[in-house]
Design a protein around this ligand. Structure first.
Ligand code: SAM
Ligand code: DTB
Ligand code: SF4
Length: 331
């Protein structure tokens, strides 16, 4: 008998179109274009690849919070810093499914489950696979972010029907060691390759506002755009302030125009990737978000909290998208 699921998974492994290699000078030249020229180019690319009047809505749930052994200098969930966060155990499947159902009713099309692990233990992965199958059964797209994976673990998630795996490069290769020391950038690239090889779509981006320079932000985009294939989803997070973590010593909220330029540059460098305006929307005005959508951002997280930090209220998002004539599942 023909195994349709296996055929689809194999097809997704081989159907990735080749893409150009980005040199630093090219990325810089784009980013530094006069603003109107950059926006014009970004909108052309956006319109050629997407409905420019539509934004995807995803919802996040922390299924296992805090107590993480990694030292990511921005994160409330690292056990290495005193952030005042209470650690919790892995949530039971039925509770997760109930939250996913509420997220679907509130207008989310994708449900992303996050766990504060360096990497999952095999018995934890069994439970996550169960959650993935159950959430998929609600008719939602599924995404998980569980830390580093072995090839076998990625394969098991794929067999459970997982659509996306989120694993960020976080920042540029040059700035990386100032933020994280317990896991290397190469470790991350290896996990991304295992995810890709298992036929799961890749969600990979990073954070700005941690004290990095524009060069680092462009270095991060080059890293993403020069992966063997572009991530299907590229989350751009603005650092959501967390007390007690080292990033407080260097953090600087980026100039809003610099954020719009970065989104436009990401749109042009990765034409077919969905660019998600992720954490940090709580600090953005309606006008700034509108500019980011014009520049090519076409996904947001909805819901009052992300994992442990704040996100705009659903009604504010619904009102903003309505005023912009942007369609979404948020009515
Ligand atoms: N523990 C897993 C891992 O790191 O691979 C998954 C969860 S982790 C919270 C997912 C991503 O969220 C991080 O890689 C980082 O890019 C982003 N993130 C974490 N804390 C953040 C913050 N305070 N502001 C913005 N983005 C953040
Ligand atoms: C991503 O790039 N952003 C999301 C998702 N992937 C897992 C996480 C944002 C977390 C913001 C900080 C917090 O709420 O703890
Ligand atoms: Fe742990 Fe992920 Fe937070 Fe790093 S970002 S400390 S790996 S939960």
């Amino acid at each position: 008998m023909v195994d349709v699921v296996e055929i689809e998974r194999t097809a997704s492994r081989i159907s990735v179109a080749p893409h150009k290699h980005w040199e630093r000078a090219e990325a810089e030249a784009l980013y530094n274009l006069p603003f109107a020229d950059l926006m014009f180019q970004a909108q052309g690319v956006h319109r050629a690849n997407f409905n420019p009047n539509h934004v995807e809505t995803a919802s996040l749930l922390s299924i296992k919070t805090g107590g993480c052994p990694e030292d990511c200098g921005y994160c409330s969930q690292s056990a290495q810093y005193d952030t005042g966060l209470k650690a919790t155990r892995l949530m039971p499947r039925d509770e997760v499914v109930a939250v996913a159902q509420r997220a679907k009713d509130a207008g989310a099309t994708r449900f992303c489950m996050a766990a504060a692990w360096r990497s999952p233990k095999d018995r934890d992965l069994d439970q996550v696979c169960d959650m993935v199958s159950a959430v998929k059964g609600l008719g939602m797209e599924t995404c998980v972010t569980l830390g580093m994976l072995t090839p076998d673990q990625a394969e098991r998630l794929s067999e459970a029907g997982l659509d996306f795996y989120n694993h960020n490069v976080d920042t540029s290769p040059e700035y990386y060691d100032k933020i994280i020391t317990t896991r290397t950038l190469q470790d991350r690239i290896d996990t991304l390759a295992h995810v890709r090889d298992a036929g799961i779509k890749v969600c990979c981006g990073g954070i700005i506002g941690m004290g990095e320079q524009v060069d680092d932000r462009l270095g991060m985009l080059m890293l993403l755009a020069n992966l063997p294939s572009h991530p299907e989803s590229v989350p751009i997070n603005l650092w959501n302030e967390v007390k007690g973590v080292p990033v407080n010593d260097t953090a600087e909220r980026p100039d809003p125009i610099a954020l719009v330029r970065l989104v436009a540059t990401a749109r042009i460098m990765m034409p077919q990737s969905v660019v998600r305006l992720s954490a940090g929307r709580q600090y953005m005005t309606d006008e700034l978000q509108a500019m980011c959508f014009l520049a090519g951002a076409n996904s947001i997280f909805i819901g009052d909290v992300l994992l442990t930090t704040k996100n705009p209220q659903r009604d504010r998002d619904a009102d903003l998208l309505d005023r912009l004539g942007i369609t979404s599942r948020l009515a």
